[in-house]
Design a protein around this ligand. Structure first.
Ligand code: URP
Ligand code: ZN
Ligand code: ZN
Length: 465
């Protein structure tokens, strides 16, 4: 088939390799990667990628656009959120359909798909959710898996928000998804210990933002991670730890993997790049998220866990509450809506503070942000790689551009940004989604592009070995 686009002279980074290559695209699919040549293709658009890196589109496996949570709804809808994603080189996101305990899972998936329908500028998938074991849960799990939603988030905390599941329910979820080729995502925090520590903080009049962190110390994450891993081993299920924030958690996951449990983990930019000192700033309440920001040494341990493969992915947990929305805290840390944005800066920040600061290599960056989430979540090789036959989701990245994160210049809606003022090395120049321009010269041009729902199927062995 005649190519519709030829990208010449760039340096492609994919599947562990870095090489000078021309990439041809036909009908939205990569048709070839070859040593640079000057062969003519009269009907193809030629794009000059000299001095640029060509990366597979980033997959953010953990975002919440338009999320009703903590008494508010987050600031971006699927249009503005996915536009910010596109500007950040994120060409695929995975959001969540979390049912209330009284709601059938199918209804929550239908409602979420309806909200996204025709709104997203980039491709997307959904994780389902389980907040109670109901008489229809077994059937719902197998139905969701057969419609391309094989991963389900569960919560070991948020009892007050009616999301927490018991250990018995978590076990049954692991058993059931294990049997049907699915996996369980778990938000691992020990609810009763946190409740005790919050009550104590209140009694002592400790209401400042730092007590959000102090009432959720590392043990409140590491203990439930260990418990969930043991349950996964007993149930012979697959487990993915979301938004892991501590070195203690990483050590627990590492041990689980050594013991042969099918457990994978994700961390987030906020745990790699921010720390609990933020809570002591005058606007410290803005930085409340769950799990909380940690003491500085945890970040070093999490970078190490990324390097040795204990942690496979970085999801942003993008949950964009504005400063105006967070103002309801009114001096009491327990009233802060939890969450912060991040999808737009995932790639440049991790490139800058990971690759340029010699913590991870360039091929590792691509595996962490694209290859691994594609493999773990059943999107590979359609996504997560630059190969003939893969979707032409390509980020043209200028490794030498320096810039400073400035809220005014971001597409992310809202009135604050957690990484404002960060110096960044490396910037997104252009982005293609299935061969069409989403971003050109740093400007969003994808207004007419509609993202597609990506039905997924987990493959045993791929990413889960
Ligand atoms: O504080 C957070 N992380 N908000 C988003 C919801 C969640 O638990 O992932
Ligand atoms: Zn969570
Ligand atoms: Zn989340």
């Amino acid at each position: 088939m005649e190519p519709t686009m030829i990208i010449r002279g760039g340096v492609a980074v994919t599947d562990g390799t870095v090489w000078n290559t021309d990439i041809t695209i036909s009908e939205g699919i990569i048709s070839s990667l070859s040593a640079p040549n000057h062969s003519a293709a009269p009907r193809a658009q030629t794009v000059d990628a000299r001095d640029l890196l060509l990366l597979p589109g980033v997959i953010d496996p953990h975002v919440h656009f338009q999320l009703p949570f903590c008494g508010a709804v987050t600031a971006d809808d699927f249009s503005s959120g996915s536009r910010a994603a596109a500007m950040g080189g994120v060409t695929t996101f995975i959001d969540f359909a979390t049912p209330s305990p009284d709601e059938p899972m199918e209804a929550s998936i239908d409602a979420r798909l309806q909200q996204i329908e025709g709104m997203s500028h980039v491709d997307f998938a959904l994780h389902g959710g389980i907040t109670r074991w109901r008489p229809d849960t077994r059937r719902s799990i197998s139905q969701a898996i057969s419609r391309g939603i094989p991963t389900f988030k569960t919560f070991m905390t948020y009892r007050k928000e009616r999301r927490m599941v018991s250990d018995a329910t978590l076990f049954r979820c692991l058993e059931e998804t294990g049997e049907h080729g699915g996996a369980i995502l778990v938000h691992a925090e020990n609810d009763s210990l946190i409740s005790l520590l919050i009550r104590r903080a209140h009694k002592a009049g400790h209401l400042a933002p730092i007590y959000h962190g102090r009432s959720r110390p590392p043990v409140t994450e590491a203990e439930p991670i260990g418990r969930a891993i043991r349950l996964a081993a007993a149930a012979e299920g697959r487990l993915y730890i979301v938004h892991m924030s501590t070195v203690d958690g990483a050590e627990t996951v590492r041990q689980g993997q050594v013991d042969g449990v099918q457990v994978a983990a994700e961390t987030c930019p906020q745990y790699l790049l921010l720390n609990e000192q933020r809570f002591n700033q005058p606007d410290g309440h803005l930085f409340a998220t769950c799990p909380p920001l940690r003491a500085e040494h945890h970040a070093d341990g999490l970078w190490e866990a990324l390097i040795d493969g204990t942690v496979s992915c970085i999801g942003t947990d993008h949950c964009n509450f504005t400063a105006q929305q967070k103002a309801v805290w009114d001096g009491d840390f327990t009233r802060i809506p939890y969450g912060m944005p991040g999808v737009e800066t995932l790639l440049p920040l991790i490139y800058s503070y990971g690759v340029r600061e010699n913590r991870i290599s360039l091929p590792e960056l691509v595996e962490i942000l694209s290859g691994n989430p594609a493999k773990l979540f059943g999107l590979f090789p359609q996504k997560g790689t630059l190969r003939p036959g893969s979707d032409a989701d390509i980020v043209f990245f200028d490794p030498d551009a320096s810039w400073t994160v400035n809220k005014q210049e971001l597409a992310t809606p809202g009135d604050w940004y957690p990484y404002a003022g960060f110096l960044v090395q490396g910037r997104i120049r252009h982005v293609l989604q299935r061969g069409r321009w989403l971003v050109r010269d740093g400007q969003f041009v994808g207004g007419l592009i509609r993202g597609q729902f990506l039905p997924r199927q987990l493959e045993s062995g791929v990413g889960w070995e």
